[in-house]
Design a protein around this ligand. Structure first.
Ligand code: SIN
Ligand code: MN
Length: 294
């Protein structure tokens, strides 16, 4: 799948783009079959919801899990990311966000790039998010919600936002004694946008929460203001999110690096899977196994 010039223009203009039917049901089924294994692996790469029982996210699976390693090299994701970033790319971050039926919690309003700038020293916003919908995304199960066009404001001053947010909300306890990086992953984000800023942005640009069938791809710009609500439905909303960075935009952290499962240091340009190789069971053979980092 190659993005058309119209689709590229929509992404540049709106900050997001939905492409239905990018991956076939068999490929989704292959990935979904692996999820219980990925979710069962205990460790810091697995982040729980506030209840401590439901998995919220698992990070870095592309490093050690063959099917995920293949997914990030799938031409429909990789070629589109190269077109959006206008360069060769590598995976900066990979995660699966579960948003489980009835218990999946919110993602507060935020922009993504500010995290990577502040926490990792990523020099420029030459990076994009590609979301594979593993389930149908509906109005009921906590869809990604965007302020279209808000990416064009660039990074919204995090210090000013922090002051405003502190004045607006209290903090939750669950991860209080955890390492600093955890506060970027839980339902209380380190760089959330204040109500005042969101109100102003929405007054100007409006809101969208695209519905998308399983197998769709949603591309979104790391400076777009986005959030998602709780999952009110009895249906999961599983998303695989791949953040592709330009190979010429590697982070230069001024302090300690965040863990490898959050910020991949394998910066070699990705090669797409050969034509005709997909993620369906027949093509995921031992012979086709990629050498992925353990
Ligand atoms: C979500 O999974 O709803 C939010 C993901 C993100 O903010 O990147
Ligand atoms: Mn985000």
């Amino acid at each position: 799948m190659l993005l058309t010039s119209e689709q590229l223009a929509t992404y540049d203009e709106q900050g997001y783009l939905v492409v239905p039917g990018a991956l076939p049901p068999a490929a989704l089924a292959s990935i979904r079959r692996e999820l219980p294994t990925l979710f069962a692996e205990e460790g810091p790469q697995r982040v729980m919801e506030k209840d401590g029982r439901a998995v919220r996210s698992v990070y870095g699976c592309h490093r050690h899990h063959d099917l995920c390693a293949r997914l990030v090299r799938h031409p429909s994701l990789l070629r589109a990311a190269e077109a959006l970033v206008r360069d060769r790319v590598y995976v900066y971050q990979f995660k699966i966000n579960a948003k489980a039926a009835l218990v999946g919690d919110v993602w507060e309003w935020h922009q993504d790039y500010v995290f990577w700038l502040r926490e990792d020293g990523m020099p420029a916003c030459r990076v994009t998010n590609v979301v594979l919908c593993l389930d149908d995304v509906t109005e009921f199960n906590g869809p990604l919600t965007f302020v279209p066009g808000s990416h064009r404001h660039g990074v919204i001053d995090p210090a000013r936002e922090a002051d405003a947010v502190d004045a607006e909300v209290g903090q939750i306890d669950t991860y209080r004694n955890s390492p600093a990086w955890i506060s970027n992953l839980t339902a209380t984000l380190k760089y959330s946008l204040s109500s005042r800023t969101i109100t102003a942005l929405v007054e100007r640009h409006g809101l969208v929460a695209p519905k998308a069938e399983a197998g769709s791809l949603i591309f979104f710009h790391p400076n777009i203001a986005h959030a998602s609500g709780i999952n009110l439905s009895p249906f999961d909303r599983l998303l695989a999110l791949v953040t592709y960075n330009s190979v010429h935009n590697q982070p230069a952290p001024s302090g300690p690096r965040r863990p490898e499962f959050l910020v991949s240091t394998d910066v070699a340009p990705l090669e797409a899977l050969p034509d005709g190789e997909g993620l369906e069971p027949a093509t995921v053979s031992a012979a086709a196994t990629l050498a992925v980092r353990k």
